[in-house]
Design a protein around this ligand. Structure first.
Ligand SMILES: Nc1ncnc2c1ncn2[C@@H]1O[C@H](COP(=O)(O)OP(=O)(O)OP(=O)(O)O)[C@@H](O)[C@H]1O
Length: 303
């Protein structure tokens, strides 16, 4: 169990984090979601023991970050947002370098490097210099470097930023493997779809404050009431107002009603009677993105 207790962080006059409290259960994947500048990296650096100057405390199992940092560090693998590799060395030699820093002995180190290369799908490029790698391959190697000492908690700060879909899928499969092996994963992103797909629980962060946190299904149950989506050339908001609260969404309108199925039936009748032919008329199940907007008024994609 990881317990984040009342964590705040200020950079000069900037309040990067304010009174953050949440818990992460062992063996689960926790997603920290928020727009650029929300405070994700700052929180990830505090969790990983890199940033020490903060208020509050973090407890990992029986240890507190404030007192037992070295014990906690042995359990942690931190994958920073910035790629941190020596480009003039081969993938193998980069792994050697990081493994040595983690204090792995020669025999164990070679064994772990072989296992990690397999895990990140880079066995065939082990002897190539990193400078010849694509962005996605560098990201995978960056992840591999943090896994050598077999950490039970893995912290990933936006590991899929700026990479191609194939490398993204490959990173997802690494995360699935880690989950299956029982690791606890803390994953930050501003891509809601990724977090919905990967994480068991989430924290939504905006302007340094945790606006909501909990298990994914519980949050979707709490906020994600279905509504109706309707679009079409001759669909005007005025004609929808009698059916519920109307909201513009993309090229159509969302219609919030307490009884979406009944409203759907009434709308079909209305369209028939008025010779309207909507392009789309369907039930709409809100996503995490909509919940974030509902709670903060901020659209993540545009943030
Ligand atoms: N070293 C620093 N010195 C001063 N201000 C900082 C520093 N690092 C971060 N900040 C500020 O703290 C706030 C939170 O930044 P942080 O990098 O934690 O956000 P983030 O959610 O990770 O953003 P991004 O998704 O862009 O990486 C921002 O206002 C940022 O400008």
């Amino acid at each position: 169990m990881i317990n984040v207790e009342n964590v705040s962080k200020q950079y000069g006059s900037i309040q990067a984090l304010e009174n953050i409290d949440f818990q992460i259960e062992e063996g689960t994947c926790f997603g920290l979601v928020g727009p650029n500048g929300a405070g994700k990296s700052t929180l990830m650096k505090i969790l990983s023991g890199i940033l020490l100057d903060f208020e509050g405390d973090i407890q990992v199992n029986e240890w507190k970050v404030s007192k037992d940092r070295s014990k906690i560090k042995q359990q942690l693998g931190y994958i920073p947002q910035e790629i941190c590799l020596e480009e003039t060395l081969t993938a193998y030699d980069n792994l050697m370098l990081f493994g040595t820093l983690y204090g792995l002995k020669k025999k164990e180190l070679h064994k772990r490097i072989d296992e990690v290369l397999e895990q990140i799908g880079l066995v065939h490029r082990a002897k190539n210099k990193v400078v010849t790698f694509s962005g996605g391959m560098k990201r995978r190697l960056n992840i591999g470097c943090a896994l050598l000492h077999n950490p039970s908690i893995i912290i990933m700060d936006e590991p899929t930023v700026g990479i191609d879909p194939q490398s993204r899928n490959s990173i997802f499969s690494i995360i699935h493997q880690l989950k299956e092996a029982g690791s606890t994963i803390i994953y930050s992103s501003h891509y809601m779809e990724e977090v919905e797909q990967l994480c068991d629980s989430i924290g939504l962060i905006d302007k340094g404050e945790l606006v909501e946190f909990g298990r994914m299904e519980a949050l979707l149950d709490k906020y994600a009431k279905p509504s109706l989506f309707i679009s079409g050339q001759d669909v005007e908001p005025e004609m929808l107002q009698n059916f519920g609260k109307v909201e513009k969404k993309g090229n159509g309108y969302l219609l919030n009603s307490d009884e979406p199925l009944l409203t759907l039936r009434d709308l079909v009748t209305y369209c028939d009677e008025h010779n309207l032919e909507p392009h789309r008329l369907e039930l709409y199940h809100p996503r995490l993105e909509d919940i974030f907007f509902h709670l903060t008024g901020t659209q993540l994609r545009n943030a």
